[in-house]
Write a protein that binds this ligand. Structure first.
Ligand code: FE2
Length: 284
């Protein structure tokens, strides 16, 4: 797929304590795959048949067309690289499957997830995609190489199928031609890169992993990433804010607030300072 020789593998590990995970990966901003933290993915609730039987009232509009969840699952099952299922097919856990929340254990960052804290106003927490399920099929890939909005960390658990994740560290940004307006999006098609248009992309060094069912990938804040899918696929994603990315997360919130409510945006700055200290105290 990607015509780029500068590719390394992402490390797989198991048996990590929360503290080791935080100190080795979160603090150093290193992606990793954890192989022993997602037993819940084998629950019957996460099979395609269970979704089809119990949730066919859910629909999604993709490229202007409405699909039921059953139709999405069937299209993903028969998807081929030549005749791809629509993608991405994203469902929000809180809205669409609230009864699933208890089945998914709290993620292990060694620090609390501030996005889930009652101390964080919903208007701020809802700026991110907190907990989602992605359905996909063979040949589907995420449309854009991107950094997750608002500098959140992301943790992705593979439930069904194999999915390639291709990551670029923040220091590779000069080779990725970030969009002038949306700095978190890159126009480079990394599967078929146009080197005439994006010659510096030849220098970009990537990390890659094929995530297998029951494995969890940690993508640190600020890392570029995209995906490619090999077969029928279901992935769970949770965004995360902790002490490491709090300031960047709140600075992005300030910019959004300043755009819409320039006279009130200062409140976000004050909140960032005061609540940053409160969260730090609580977490220590
Ligand atoms: Fe993402």
């Amino acid at each position: 797929m990607e015509h780029n020789a500068n590719v390394s593998k992402i490390e797989r590990c198991s048996g990590l304590s929360d503290k080791e995970f935080y100190n080795t990966y979160v603090k150093k901003s290193l992606p990793v795959v954890v192989t022993d933290k997602a037993e819940w993915t084998s629950l019957e609730k996460f099979t395609p048949e269970f979704f089809k039987t119990n949730y066919n009232h859910l629909t999604r509009i993709i490229d202007g067309k409405t699909y039921t969840l059953s139709e999405i699952i069937d299209l993903c099952k028969t998807s081929t690289p030549e005749n791809k299922a629509p993608y991405p097919n994203v469902f929000d856990l809180h809205k669409d499957f609230p009864e699933y929340l208890d089945d998914i254990p709290e993620m292990f960052y060694g620090k609390s997830n501030r996005l889930q804290s009652p101390l964080l106003p919903k208007t701020i927490a809802n700026q991110t995609n907190q907990q989602q399920l992605f359905f996909g099929g063979k040949g589907c890939s995420f449309p854009t190489l991107h950094v997750d909005y608002h500098w959140v960390h992301t943790q992705l658990t593979q439930i069904i199928g194999d999915k390639d994740f291709i990551l670029f560290a923040p220091d590779q940004t000069p080779y990725l031609y970030p969009d002038k307006t949306n700095h978190n999006l890159s126009p480079v098609d990394i599967i078929n890169p146009d080197y005439n248009k994006f010659p510096l992309f030849k220098n970009a060094e990537s990390l890659r992993i094929t995530l297998k069912p029951g494995e969890v990938l940690f993508i640190p804040s600020g890392w570029w990433h995209t995906t490619y899918i090999h077969n029928f696929n279901l992935t769970y994603a949770i965004d995360h804010v902790n002490s490491f990315n709090w300031n960047k997360f709140m600075d992005e919130n300030y910019l959004v607030a300043h755009k819409h409510y320039p006279k009130l945006a200062w409140v976000i700055k004050v909140y960032k300072e005061i609540m940053g200290k409160v969260f730090n105290l609580k977490e220590n």
